[in-house]
Design a protein around this ligand. Structure first.
Ligand code: ADP
Ligand code: ZN
Length: 522
């Protein structure tokens, strides 16, 4: 036990410099590890308190802590906050004049800085590398470390070169931090930043105050309006859309419905973007309709909801985007409207891209994981957390927990579907397969001779919509895969179902949603 007179130095800094009573979660362990020269990879959700993990060791160790951050706005905010606490911090990026930069370099060499925030492209210049060689460095902190991932949504080419830090300054401890990294991205960070011997600190990614809901797209705008009116009258929120056009249309429409909506996308000039962002952050009850260009680095604690009118790129992206809700810890909503068209579109985007095969393979896996979330028949939070390698129990605060869907034993229909896929040669899309199951002798069916398959017409007891939904659920659970032409193919895991060794429970389609689930045809 520490006596009051000689507290642990880290705790002393936490209390006296930052004014906090105690460390949160893994902070204490991370700070101690860094303080003694260890490398660390820190995965902590947004709002978890990553900054202190490198700020305190920077103050405890001799020399200046160098913080690499891709976000200019955030850099300036953090430095300002540190200055107010009496910490000697500053930043170097493209907004600095040559004279300012030269003065900062002098301060660094003279040992007058506790912390220096640097943009990655600046850090890698020969001039700055040379400077680092002559300065005393407490540690390197690499913030938003997932930017090193070429397959991620925030890839920054300059991040790739950051492994040089380790080669040039092997004795300086490094800490890489991110709020968003699935197992594959984590591995990529370790490899690209040469963090093989770093200690891994993973905090729980759960955001218990966020309620997750996915609705099947029917009339998305109306659904959104209903969602806002019944849950978030007068609240601040973010609505994400895929295209700039849709952003503008949706914002205009919400405004016409009396909602204080603003639009944001990269097509607006800087002044407009800045004005809208400021109004959102400072104002009360502004709904920002935006592309994913909006959000990174926005520090607004009372965002009450994040809505998606289009599917995000991946579950990671979804987690990050929805993570902007409820940073103050109060009840918030993550709401998404999901339609099969979104999925088909994203799949086509992957297949038609010029990316190398292995990139496409990873993108496909990411899309499948997202699909698994949308099609979940049980707790969504469990799906989300499992994706980040965390196990959990049903949360009681998602749509699936609150109003469990009706399910039925679909083992026999699943077997019928699997056998139809197999017998027709594993290359047809859902529409054609449903035609066979329903016993419809369409031109395509007769042309391929599929009316003589033993499964022709055996599925008449289910509706088209239920069949489409069933096939989608089977795809979501990995029993079948989808090839690049939209054809369904069997996967290893379907064997147990075919042999009757495992049951397949499926969600019932609500037939009252016309046109919803049956749009699988292409
Ligand atoms: P992140 O970078 O992980 O999103 P921040 O470092 O910005 O999170 O911290 C989020 C908020 O939590 C900040 O307002 C910060 O001051 C606060 N915070 C961090 N650690 C502690 C702590 N140990 N005690 C109290 N507040 C903390
Ligand atoms: Zn749940």
């Amino acid at each position: 036990m520490n006596s009051p007179e000689s507290p642990d130095p880290a705790l002393h800094v936490l209390r006296h410099t930052f004014g906090f009573g105690a460390f949160r979660g893994e902070q204490a362990a991370i700070v101690e590890h860094l303080q003694h020269g260890g490398d660390a990879l820190v995965l902590m959700p947004t709002g978890g308190g990553k900054s202190l993990c490198y700020q305190i060791p920077s103050l405890l160790r001799e020399g200046c802590g160098i913080v690499v951050s891709p976000l200019i706005a955030l850099m300036q905010d953090q430095v300002q906050a540190l200055e107010l606490l009496g910490v000697r911090a500053t930043y170097l990026n493209s907004t600095r004049s040559a004279e300012e930069a030269a003065a900062i370099e002098q301060q660094l060499l003279a040992g007058e800085l506790d912390m220096l925030y640097v943009a990655p492209e600046r850090l890698m210049t020969p001039r700055f590398q040379n400077l680092l060689g002559r300065a005393r460095i407490a540690l390197f902190a690499i913030d938003e470390a997932h930017c090193v991932s070429q397959w991620g949504h925030d890839f920054r080419p300059e991040y790739i070169q950051l492994s040089i830090l380790h080669e040039r300054f092997p004795e300086v401890p490094r800490i890489a931090l991110t709020a968003t990294a699935d197992a594959a991205t984590r591995q990529e960070i370790v490899e690209r930043l040469a963090l093989q011997s770093a200690r891994l600190f993973v905090s729980s990614f759960d955001r218990p105050n966020i309620r997750y809901t996915v609705v099947e797209k029917d009339n998305p705008r109306k659904q959104l309006l209903r969602f806002i009116r019944s849950n978030h009258e007068g609240d601040s929120g973010i609505v994400y859309c895929l295209s700039r056009k849709k952003v503008e249309e949706t914002a205009t429409w919400l405004k016409s419905e009396g909602i204080r909506a603003l639009a944001y996308h990269a097509g607006f000039d800087a002044a407009t973007r800045e004005a809208h962002q400021t109004e959102f952050v400072r104002g009360d009850g502004v709904v920002m309709v935006a592309t994913v260009a909006f959000g990174m680095g926005i520090d607004k604690p009372d965002v009450r909801f994040v809505a998606h009118l289009d599917l995000p790129k991946s579950l990671e992206a979804y987690y990050q985007e929805t993570g902007r809700a409820g940073r103050d810890g109060l009840a918030s909503n993550a709401w998404m409207a999901y339609g099969l068209q979104d999925l088909v579109l994203l799949r086509e985007m992957i297949e038609q891209s010029q990316a190398p095969d292995e990139v496409k393979r990873v993108e496909r896996q990411k899309l499948d994981a997202l699909l698994g979330y949308c099609e979940a028949t049980a707790c969504r939070r469990e799906v989300l957390l499992r994706y980040f390698g965390e196990s959990s129990t049903p949360c009681g605060n998602c749509d699936m927990c609150l109003t469990p869907p009706e399910t039925f034993d679909a083992t026999v229909p699943a077997q019928q579907a699997l056998s139809t896929i197999y017998r027709s040669g594993q290359r047809y899309g859902a529409g054609h397969l449903v035609d066979i199951l329903q016993g419809r002798a369409t031109a395509k069916v007769t042309e391929r001779g599929h009316q003589s398959l033993s499964t022709f017409g055996i599925g008449k007891s289910l509706s088209d919509a239920q069949w489409s939904s069933l096939l989608r659920q089977m795809a979501a659970q990995g029993l079948v895969g989808v090839n690049e032409h939209g054809g369904l193919v069997l996967q290893e895991s379907c064997r147990a179902i075919l042999r009757g060794e495992a049951a397949f429970m499926a969600r019932k389609v609500r037939e009252s949603a016309p046109g919803g689930a049956s749009s699988v045809r292409r």
